[in-house]
Write a protein that binds this ligand. Sequence first.
Ligand code: HEC
Ligand code: HEC
Length: 379
Amino acid sequence: MKHHCSISKGLLLITLPLTTIGCEGGDDYGAAPLAALDAEVRAPDDNPVTEEKSALGRLLFFDPVLSANNEVACATCHHPSLAYADGRDLAVGFGGTDLGPDRKPGNEFPHVGRNAPSVLNVAFNGLMAADDQVNPTEAPMFWDSRLKGLEAQVLDPIRTPSEMSGSGVTAEDAIANAVSRVAAIPEYAQRFEQAFGTPGVDADRLAKSLATYVRSLVTRNSPFDRFRRGDATALTSEQQEGLAVFERIGCATCHGGPMLTNWSMHKLGVAENPARTTPDEGSGDFRFRTPSLRNVALTAPYMHNGTQATLDDVVDFYLEAKSLHPQVADVDIDPQTVTPAERLALIRFMEALTDDDFSKSVPDSVPSGLPVPRASAEE
Ligand code: HEC
Ligand code: HEC
């Protein structure tokens, strides 16, 4: 790793949230070296992890009762059968029917405007380097990092019209209504009391239980992790070559550290998704957060708007970026330096970032009695 200028890890997110971290030459974005994921899960002081809260959060995550039409659950767009993403370019929420790539929008909202990221390992959002731990109240959320911390993030879909609330209701009322629907169900009332020690369902407790569950969805044992921990056989020789190429051509300057991201905003010049009627400017000036590449092979299609169908396409995008995409600012990879074999090795390396040892189960039922979103194979 070249470090011709240094950036304090903590400072990066706190003081420069919308700035590209670059240096003269523009090719060092301050990402830490690639590393295994060995950090612990950290929760805010006022929301310690407990079994009861996590189990409650899981039921809420799969329960369409959080949406105004009783049809959309968190799991509709973050489904275990799709690695806690949805397999679509742009997510479809309120008014939609079916699940995953088959999901069809209703009349009012064609889509929510962005690609649904996996929520696996969101517990580690913000983690910069192997020897760091997460600050859970500062963890950056969304493609533009506009919210900090899971407790703040989990309420957002509930008050977003195209996701769960539908139109004609204020954001505040959307949350209050969801809280009343949950509170009116005796099993939830009882579970909230067990989880929090006193009776009562409110937005704060709803957020805390959802956040606790999402925090439990971690995968830290990909072949890459095992390789970095010392198992030299965990990666094939082709994957090891791919890792070397990934570092050599500069992928790791942005996709570095244990989460394979520097968490900063970059302008790559990804084309607009034609299904959108307005351009998506990201955090400003068309910048988007470098996404984690953990489990990336499971979560196609790619980019903030799902316009790259496969990892193969993504690599083509990078190799052609400077010549084909007029908006490109932050990527400068010379395609001449990558042989066809190295190109394939790069893809095989990204496939070694998969740890599919996560829960794929869906609750048999949820306290509202509403149908739980299921992949057709599960029905
Ligand atoms: C209609 C589809 C949809 C539903 C329903 C939905 N999400 Fe999401 N989720 C998305 C999309 C799209 C994004 C990215 C949005 C953005 O970047 O602006 C996202 C982002 C997230 C993130 C941030 C991940 C990251 O790394 O930044 C978390 C966490 C999350 N959702 C959890 C939830 C929870 C919890 C619920 C239920 C309360 C939920 N989502 C409901 C589509 C959905
Ligand atoms: C300048 C920083 C930077 C560099 C260098 C970089 N990336 Fe990225 N990468 C990003 C950003 C930012 C995005 C999201 C862009 C968007 O959605 O508009 C992204 C998206 C991706 C995705 C899609 C992930 C997903 O979940 O949608 C993959 C895969 C990827 N990059 C792989 C690579 C590879 C391979 C290289 C080297 C050839 C590389 N990146 C170089 C910043 C970078």
